[in-house]
Design a protein around this ligand. Sequence first.
Ligand code: SER
Length: 441
Amino acid sequence: MKDQLLEAAKAVLLQNWTGHFTKPAPNLYPHQWNWDAGFIAIGYAHFDLDKAEQELRSLFKGQWSNGMLPQIVFGTETNARYFPGPDFWWTHLAKAATQEPQTSGISMPPVHGFALWRIYQIAKKQDPKRARAFLEEMFPKVLKSHQYFYEFRDPQQEGLVYIRHPWEGGTDNSPIWDSVLEKIDPTQLDIPPYERKDLQNPEAAAHRPSDLDYDRYVHLVDVFRKNKYDEQAIYEECPFLIQDPLFNGALVWSNECLIKAGQELGEPVNELIHWNELTIFSLNEKLWDEERGIYNAYDLKNDQLIPVHTNSGLMPMIGEVPTQEQAEQMLLMLEGADFCGSSENIYSCPTYSLQAEDVNYKRYWRGPVWINMNWLLYHGLLRYDMEDMAAKVKRDSLELIGQYGFYEYFDPRKDKSENLACGTNQFSWTAALCIDFLMET
Ligand code: SER
């Protein structure tokens, strides 16, 4: 059974491999995506080091000269059905953008530091010299992407990086963004004309973000392009500036892995240590919700906390941001009615609190289980020796994949009368992280 699943997972990656990078899914996502590439490279490392390395090399070809690692590096398939394509971003107006390959004009959660370190650990057992050479090659590039965040996305120098678009957070229509997006009224704005392509995908169409969401996403892109990607000008005008616990938690884990990598390579790491201490301090000082036992997001534009409970609020565990005591409170939250971790009737871990009135079991980032979030949560729980819960998260992930296939996301209810598979099939990071779960010793 294990071998069968492993072979099937490898086949998904190989089927989505373009010769240069791996599509997140064959139809819905035809280019290269930033955090997808990080997770995908981890999967390849277990059976094809060449592709693991090429995946990251290809992504970093799109890195801007200011260090920003774009959310999408566009492939050369000219008939690719995806909106927004390369022409919509007007990145030719951005001084720092690469023109070849073309890219989008936003970034994504910084997973590449921990992906690089994990690949190094796996590769070292196969070919230590090669593993070190790749670590050496990638270390300065990943470091530069962190430099960009601390230089351009942390205006108060508190170590908390803001995102300026929901796509940048990776969790596109997360309820965390609602209160901020609601302030953007498309009827009062001149929204550039556009045509969605995602709804042409029959499997995924039903649970994608709404048209109103898309009007707002497009408006934000318009703010960026009108400001020619000048970060200061965007900061002043952009209505969406959010410090997200998933994003900043990933940054901490990646900082930490870069510190280890730098030490291994004999590179200076003082700056990384300083950034990391500051980010950990501020996550606890500013975003920790003592009453609920979870991290909130912060709306920088309107200067207020966003006390909406999604499993993004549990993610700082991956960087060991909470103390053991805080983590135990988080475990209670995870096991309780919000995320139902101790219930046998719910697959861990829903992305949105099941207590929320507007939870939606099938709608993209507003309830379903996503395998990358489970993989992160699993690693976070292990840092606190919460092995039972970690084992459940892993078991549930593998059971969902084993029963339904390599889907993009899953309805969390254990209900035999429902098809729990959601979104697009043959989804690369589901396959890649399934491989990592199965291969881990
Ligand atoms: N997830 C986005 C989409 O659905 C892009 O990052 O198109």
